[in-house]
Design a protein around this ligand. Structure first.
Ligand SMILES: NC(=O)c1ccc[n+]([C@@H]2O[C@H](COP(=O)([O-])OP(=O)(O)OC[C@H]3O[C@@H](n4cnc5c(N)ncnc54)[C@H](OP(=O)(O)O)[C@@H]3O)[C@@H](O)[C@H]2O)c1
Ligand SMILES: *[C@@H]1O[C@H](CO)[C@@H](O)[C@H](O)[C@H]1NC(C)=O
Length: 376
């Protein structure tokens, strides 16, 4: 049986779902001759590591316990009460990960899985890659900091996977990489890569005011606690940056033109979430309604998209032909249209659910399994 040792960073909605997927799909792995050996799990406060991490793992009952502890809003440090594992505080955890990575990197290999939402993990990930370990990410931040960090992470491209950073479980990254390695030339990539903004734009199309749509989206649990985190376009810009860098552009977040759905006067520094929802965002209703109507008079609809074409990389509202894949998009699905030499007249279209703990974690698990050939 081939062993794949793992350390999981981040035990939130996605991280917990990943642990659950690993446990429930064990028979599938063993049919492939694989065993996923979870040696450590960490959150923002501490790292839990199995004793004798060269040979043992955190067993499934302990992993389920970890999920329960985090679900209840407690710290993983509670697991220190069990004698099968050791708990390291925040200040020691980085050193401990390096110790494990340097040992396992030279021998059996190790996958560091980043399901956190932090920009701090990049420090660890850059190092472990150079120690011979693999990296799998759902977290976009390590890939969207400096170009130096990005190049360092991709110093060994066969050891890194990050399918879930764009479009959750949708096969966006793998499709782009296949097109690139075939020698095909990508002319243009256009996508709607935010479930929240997809929902907002298709509700606007039905004639509802922006303020109502945003309030509804929040009630339905489609938005971040502060909906401005979605409406700013920043998250879409990070996804666009990842795609642009895969396509070989040497750019940073600052180089991307980003259109926010609210003006600066309604920003988080200026008013609370409640004020924003109660009377802030409604100030944009009229302007947005006009844009929707203007687009409709040209047989077009508004979509919040990322566009990468030549030197151009931007995210914002665009008028899109109603009779196109993007124009027909409804609800919170994600979609990516790729035009290349081979997909010239009709784009290659990838569409489906682009968010959710379940599909995101499934994408992460598939990435881990995909690395199996690197393990002895
Ligand atoms: N949910 C989705 O649909 C989706 C889709 C695609 C991509 N993603 C990405 O997947 C990642 C995880 O999402 P999520 O919804 O699971 O987030 P989440 O619920 O906020 O969980 C984040 C986890 O990361 C931990 N963490 C924070 N800083 C850390 C650090 N420095 N080192 C290690 N762990 C740290 C947190 O610890 P505490 O528990 O101590 O706070 C928490 O357990 C995010 O980057 C997100 O953008 C999510
Ligand atoms: C993802 O997990 C978090 C934390 O458990 C939960 O609050 C959220 O509702 C989940 N999201 C979805 C779409 O299931």
């Amino acid at each position: 049986m081939k062993n794949i040792p793992l350390i999981l960073m981040g035990c939130g909605g996605v991280g917990r779902q990943l642990l659950q997927h690993i446990i429930t799909t064990r028979s599938l792995h063993s049919r492939k001759g694989l065993y996923l050996r979870v040696v450590g799990v960490c959150d923002s406060q501490c790292l839990v590591v199995t004793r004798d991490w060269l040979n043992n793992d955190l067993d499934d009952s302990l992993l389920l316990k970890a999920c329960q502890v985090k679900q209840d809003g407690s710290s993983l440090s509670i697991l220190g009460d069990f004698d099968k594992c050791q708990v390291y505080g925040h200040s020691e955890s980085q050193g401990k990960i390096f110790e494990i990575a340097s040992q396992l990197g030279k021998s059996t290999g190790l996958v560091c899985v980043d399901c956190s939402a932090s920009s701090d993990t990049v420090v660890v990930l850059k190092e472990v890659v150079h120690m011979g370990c693999c990296v799998v990410l759902a977290n976009k931040k390590p890939l969207t900091s400096t170009m130096e960090d990005f190049d360092k992470l991709f110093g060994y491209p066969h050891r890194i996977r990050h399918e879930s950073t764009v479009g959750a479980g949708l096969p966006v990254i793998v499709s782009l990489n296949r097109i690139i390695s075939s020698g095909d030339i990508i002319y243009r990539v256009v996508g709607s890569l935010s479930g929240t903004l997809g929902y907002v734009m298709s509700e606007l199309e039905d004639g509802k005011p922006l303020s109502k749509v945003v309030r509804d989206a929040k009630t339905l649990g489609y938005t971040e606690p502060d909906p401005r985190d979605d409406l700013s376009g920043m998250d879409v810009a990070r996804k666009a940056l990842i795609l642009a860098r895969i396509l070989g552009r040497q750019i940073s977040l600052d180089d991307i033109k980003i259109e926010s759905l609210y003006p600066k006067e309604l920003g988080p520094d200026m008013m609370s979430v409640e004020d924003f929802l109660d009377h802030g965002i409604s100030r944009v209703d009229g302007y947005m309604q006009e844009r929707v109507m203007k687009a409709a008079s040209n047989e077009k609809v508004l979509r919040y998209v990322c566009v990468i074409e030549g030197p151009r990389c931007e995210v914002g509202i665009l008028e899109i032909l109603k009779n196109s894949a993007l124009g027909r998009l409804r609800g919170s699905d994600n979609i990516l249209e790729i035009n290349s030499r081979c997909y010239k007249e009709q784009p290659l279209v990838i569409q489906g659910a682009g968010a959710g703990n379940d599909t995101t974690a499934a994408g992460v698990l598939a990435d881990i399994i995909d690395l199996h050939s690197l393990f002895p």
